[in-house]
Ligand binder design. Structure first.
Ligand code: ATP
Length: 851
């Protein structure tokens, strides 16, 4: 038999901690730790790298041993770089999983706390509400219409009713509460649960494949083929020119290793993962990595009103009863109306902590409900007295479809029904009205009076809740019929101040904010107008009007609708589908369990960190930790920045690789000696490819990304001129490098000096080009190049490495270089800088003219 004390006040924190130590966490399987060694070894899991290693070893045996060793060291260093990137990514994904871990509401030390589901222990009392995922195997000890979806265990998708202390009082870990509320005591945790017996843990974060990464992997394959073909030509012409076969073979393979952008998909993941942590700092928790990519294309943001656009700080401003309107902070004295008070306070699911004297601090729960109590009570002791006079015997909870709730209360021996909900729902169910203690027929005259009062309140952006009661002939079936109308409360929920700016930002960025709310049309319009989401009343349509529209008609008008009011969750799915059909990329928020299908259907499903249910969180790709609309806009902005950064390093990496390949290819076409040796090519790859590219991945936005229209979802990563930029710039890097080599020969320098010239020109052109990649629109002269210290640092390191291999005698021997004189540096600087200089001057003049 259950310990009654525990049932009432829950376990103490100390006891829970003791049990946690003794019995362990409530998890199904130990999370596999990422094996660092495995990640390191996977860096060598590349055919072409193995060809290089074997070729190096063979050539080491027959020729230069020092060369072979250095090449191997470079290969290992490359692997270390790759390892660091991947390890960091894995770690941040792991950290994310922890953050997105499921939570549970539990009573401990006599208060309701939200804890990680992992920390639940035996005998904990969990509080369950619709939309919650049951966190452990439990028995129900308190129940109000509790219905659970057990399809996960049984495959049966019909809800199963659960009752207290009966044979169907067991509820199982992983199942979902469909409707109702309840409390349950934990009887099994972790691997001892039914779920533990059958299946692995439900993943809280899905590692879906990023479409961009997939496309790049495909592109990589094509590039491999092209590179290998070019490497063949370079190798064969070298051999035809009389160079050593092994030497040329090694050169060909080194070129392939350097030129193939094998790291591209990995860097995409790194920058998406870094993006995730940046978004987290702005309160957006990403659950699915590809969402980072999609966020940047968002063209419509469908947002709930309450709590997202508004503050969710509710206060009752107006009470209407007996044909009179009373302002709560007005001068007019408000007569006592006990029945209205009872309806709003008894028919209420707030939780209380009566140790607190202050009413503000003693109430927990839905702000609408706490506001109604605060309208009638100042002290928690008075409330406690009031509540002790009756007992709830039955209830039908509130949900966004019904838009009302009702309770049967036992006061002494007498049972009474109290109901509250959206005015039109309540009005439709009332047969009488209470006026000066007398029941009168609720005829059209009285109805119109009430409707007019509600209309007036809603124009002032007040959220209206009506109350009714039923004094006799009560059964569970008829409890919401033939009610007596009592009155209406008008609640103010001020808009969040920062949202107006965010809305403006959206509009400039070509994104349309749309409000979807369960609230009254006029209330929604008043708030929407204040936030500048809409201008005219004609931009608002209600759920009822939506029902009367055919799909075709909806598609025709949807571009003009900015507010959907008095909608139920089922409407949301239709709205998302219609927007998507119009070619939009839709972000959609949701909190309740019924919102999950729409959240899932949208391109970016957004759930609420504070008020959201587990089911909706699981269906979403992003969680708003602060439930704030502004956070969505920040996440979209961050998504755009990250996508731009991915374009930046793709531009950089591919044009550099093209430059490298072309240098060697042009030399073989011109029948010249190879302008670089294998070891030098691999050095270029190590010194310039890795670090600066990663640094570009975290580049702060150099242009205001929210001034452009959203990009087209299916747009290629190379769209908007990127392909041309890569081809032209890559070719110019190759041509300039080969020209430096030719000029050296022309001036009678020896081959080693010419190669040092070519090597330095190639590296320095790339290091200059990396700064050009910071902006797609502006030249080097127009942007601030000092905004990214990682980039400056990585360029500095690359430069130092170059100087070291040119000036340190023992490295000169290994890398076959010579110290350059200042006149030779002039050639290097001239050929690496000339293109950038001409291009920047040209852009500067053009932009000046455009202004
Ligand atoms: P949003 O979808 O923007 O969050 P909302 O929170 O106003 O909007 P609902 O919670 O579905 O949407 O509420 C719809 C209507 O139901 C409200 O306008 C109000 O009249 C009524 N209502 C809200 N909360 C309660 C409640 N706890 N009990 C009874 N009626 C309620």
């Amino acid at each position: 038999m259950l310990n009654e004390r525990i049932e009432r006040i829950g376990l103490s924190s100390r006891e829970a901690e003791r049990r946690l130590k003794k019995y362990g966490h409530n998890i199904l399987e130990k999370k596999k730790k990422i094996s660092a060694l495995k990640i390191f070894l996977s860096q060598f899991n590349d055919f072409i790298v193995w060809v290089l290693i074997i070729a190096t070893i063979i050539s080491g045996f027959i020729g230069e041993k020092a060369d072979a060793i250095t090449i191997l060291i470079i290969v290992v260093m490359n692997a270390v770089l790759g390892f660091i990137q991947e390890f960091k990514t894995e770690k941040s994904l792991e950290a994310l999983k922890e953050l997105a871990a499921p939570t549970a509401k539990v009573i401990r030390d006599n208060t309701i706390k939200v804890i990680n589901a992992e920390d639940l222990v035996l005998d904990d009392i969990v509080v369950l509400e619709s939309g919650d995922r049951v966190p452990a195997d439990c028995v129900v000890i308190e129940n109000s219409n509790l219905m659970v979806d057990e399809s996960l265990l049984t495959g049966e998708s019909i809800g199963v009713e659960k009752n207290t202390y009966s044979k169907d009082c067991n509820i199982y870990m992983g199942t979902i509460v469909l409707t109702g509320r309840g409390k349950a005591q934990v009887v099994q945790t972790g691997m001892s649960t039914e779920m533990g017996k059958i299946a692995g843990m439900l993943q809280s974060i899905q590692e879906e494949k990023s479409p961009l990464k997939e496309k790049l992997a495909f592109l990589g394959k094509i590039l491999v083929i092209i590179c290998i073909a070019i490497c063949f030509i370079v190798t064969l012409t070298g051999i035809a020119r009389g160079q050593g076969k092994y030497e040329m073979f090694l050169l060909g393979v080194s070129l392939a290793v350097a030129a193939i952008p094998e790291g591209l998909p990995a860097i995409v993941t790194v920058s998406l993962a870094l993006g995730v942590s940046k978004m987290l700092k702005r309160n957006a928790l990403i659950r699915k990595l590809p969402a980072v990519e999609t966020l940047g294309c968002t063209s419509i943001i469908c947002s709930d009103k309450t709590g997202t656009l508004t503050q969710n700080k509710m206060t009752v401003k107006v009470l209407y009863f007996e044909n009179n309107t009373y302002e709560l902070d007005g001068k007019k004295e408000i007569p006592e109306n006990t029945l209205l008070k009872k309806a709003f306070v008894y028919c209420n699911d707030c939780n209380f902590d009566f140790k607190e004297m202050n009413i503000e601090k003693s109430l927990f729960g839905d702000p609408t409900e706490t506001a109604l109590i605060k309208a009638f009570f100042n002290k928690s002791s008075q409330l406690k007295d009031f509540l002790s006079k009756s007992k709830r015997v039955y209830d039908k909870p509130f949900n966004s479809d019904r838009k009302m709730m009702s309770v049967i209360m036992k006061e002494g021996v007498k049972e009474t029904v109290y109901v509250k909900g959206a005015p039109e729902k309540i009005i439709a169910k009332c047969k009488y009205i209470l006026l000066r203690g007398e029941l009168k027929e609720f005829n059209d005259y009285y109805k119109r009076k009430v409707e007019r009062a509600v209309e007036n309140m809603s124009y002032k952006a007040l959220r209206c809740i009506a109350a009714a009661y039923k004094p006799r002939n009560i059964t569970k079936n008829n409890m919401e019929e033939n009610l007596v109308f009592l009155g209406v409360a008008g609640i103010i929920d001020p808009p969040r101040r920062e949202v107006k700016d965010a809305v403006l930002k959206c509009k400039i960025a070509g994104i349309r904010p749309v409000m979807i709310t369960g609230d009254h049309k006029n209330t929604a319009y008043a708030i929407g107008k204040e936030l500048e989401i809409c201008e005219k009343q004609s931009q608002v349509i209600s759920g009822e009007e939506l029902d009367n529209l055919t799909d075709k008609r909806l598609l025709r008008i949807i571009d003009d609708v900015s507010i959907f009011a008095r909608v139920s969750p089922k409407h949301k799915l239709r709205i998302v589908k219609a927007f998507k059909e119009k070619g939009n990329v839709v972000a959609m928020t949701g909190d309740g369990v019924n919102d999950a299908p729409a959240v899932k259907e949208s391109d970016i499903g957004i759930s609420m960190g504070v008020s959201g249910t587990d089911v909706t969180k699981e269906a979403s790709s992003m969680i708003l930790l602060d439930d704030n609309f502004t956070t969505i806009v920040s996440a979209v902005e961050e998504g755009r920045v990250i996508y731009n950064n991915i374009r930046k390093f793709i531009r950089y990496l591919l044009s550099c690789n093209l430059g490298e390949v072309l240098t060697m290819f042009l030399a073989s076409l011109l029948y010249l000696e190879p302008p670089m040796l294998p070891i030098q090519i691999l050095f270029v790859n190590l010194a310039t490819d890795g670090l600066p590219a990663i640094a570009l991945g975290v580049d702060p936005a150099s242009e205001n990304v929210m001034l452009d229209k959203p990009r087209y979802k299916k747009e290629s990563i190379f769209a908007r001129g990127l392909k041309e930029k890569i081809l032209i710039r890559g070719s110019l890097i190759g041509i300039c490098t080969i020209l430096a080599f030719i000029v050296g020969k022309w001036w009678g320098m020896n081959l080693t000096t010419c190669r040092t010239l070519a090597l330095s020109t190639l590296i320095i052109s790339q290091l200059i080009h990396v700064f050009e990649c910071k902006s797609e629109k502006h030249s080097l002269f127009e942007i601030n190049i000092f905004t990214n210290w990682y980039l400056i640092g990585s360029v500095f390191i690359s430069l130092i490495l170059l100087l070291l291999i040119i000036y340190l005698p023992f490295l000169q021997k290994i890398f076959h270089t010579v110290a350059l004189k200042s006149s030779q540096w002039f050639i290097v600087i001239f050929f690496s800088g000339i293109i950038t200089f001409i291009n920047s001057v040209y852009l500067l003049i053009r932009h000046k003219k455009e202004k």
